[in-house]
Design a protein around this ligand. Structure first.
Ligand SMILES: [Zn+2]
Length: 252
């Protein structure tokens, strides 16, 4: 049922109650109100409750459609434990949730919904082929892009990608200059609050690792031609294009 219908119910109830009150007022020689009047008075509060419930449900749905992407706490917790299966389960749920939200948005502006569905398809592909936590983190980065497409407001810059240092920290809050230990050039990366705080305190941020010749190393130290995530920093190095388009382009 739509909001105008709910509003109509409220107006109907208001009119009905006023009318019933007038009609129910006992006049000279009218000591007992009719059954119809009693039923109208009894039904009024029920209609009012139904209308308010519809309005609240509609408001909750709109809030769901416009909410920015955040990682579920279960992902952060699973990442802390190094629980790959737990992260995979959460990624599966998040890909499904993005698909549901994108399909719901199809009735509105077409382009954001199509971008979100593309991101959802890319995340689903990466998830199916994932061989470890770095790939699962890539699925989350694609899910984040899909939600960003749906939440995009014209004239407002796109949201930042997930944290460069560890995407499972969640969305970045700022782009910062950063120079890797073994390189001369300075990079610009998007980072979360916790990693920015660590760098300000001259500590190394907690960084996602990947295997290089069977040894765990910071994922960004994997040669770029061997890791999409190292090449893109999960979106940090792609200010003008999307991870989604890159995944589709590479036919992953
Ligand atoms: Zn971080």
């Amino acid at each position: 049922m739509t909001v105008p219908m709910a509003s109509g119910l409220l107006m109907l109830y208001g009119t009905g109650v006023a009318h019933a009150a007038q009609q129910a007022a006992p006049g000279p020689g009218d000591a007992s109100p009719s059954l119809a009047r009693l039923l109208l008075l009894a039904a009024g509060p029920l209609l009012l409750v139904a209308a308010v419930a519809l309005l609240l449900r509609r408001r909750a749905r709109l809030r769901h459609l416009t909410a920015p992407f955040t990682l579920p706490p279960a992902v952060t917790e699973a990442a802390r434990r190094g629980d790959e299966d737990g992260i995979r389960d959460c990624a599966t749920e998040e890909v499904a949730r993005l698909g549901e939200r994108a399909r719901s948005a199809r009735g509105g502006t077409a382009a954001p919904a199509e971008h979100a569905l593309d991101a959802c398809a890319a995340a689903s592909t990466v998830l199916k082929q994932a061989r470890g936590i770095p790939d699962l983190a890539g699925a989350f980065a694609l899910v984040a892009e899909g939600h960003a497409a749906l939440s995009r407001t014209p004239g407002v810059p796109a949201p930042l990608p997930l944290c460069f240092f560890h995407p499972l920290h969640g969305p970045a809050v700022r782009r910062i200059p950063w120079r890797p230990d073994n390189r001369r050039e300075q990079l610009t990366v998007a980072a979360c609050t916790s990693c920015i705080r660590a760098l300000r305190a001259r500590r190394s941020p907690e960084t996602l690792t990947d295997l290089l010749e069977d040894h765990p190393v910071p994922y960004h130290e994997i040669p770029a031609d061997r890791s999409l995530w190292s090449a893109t920093g999960y979106g940090s190095f792609l200010p003008d294009r999307s991870l989604t388009s890159l995944v589709h382009e590479q036919g992953l």
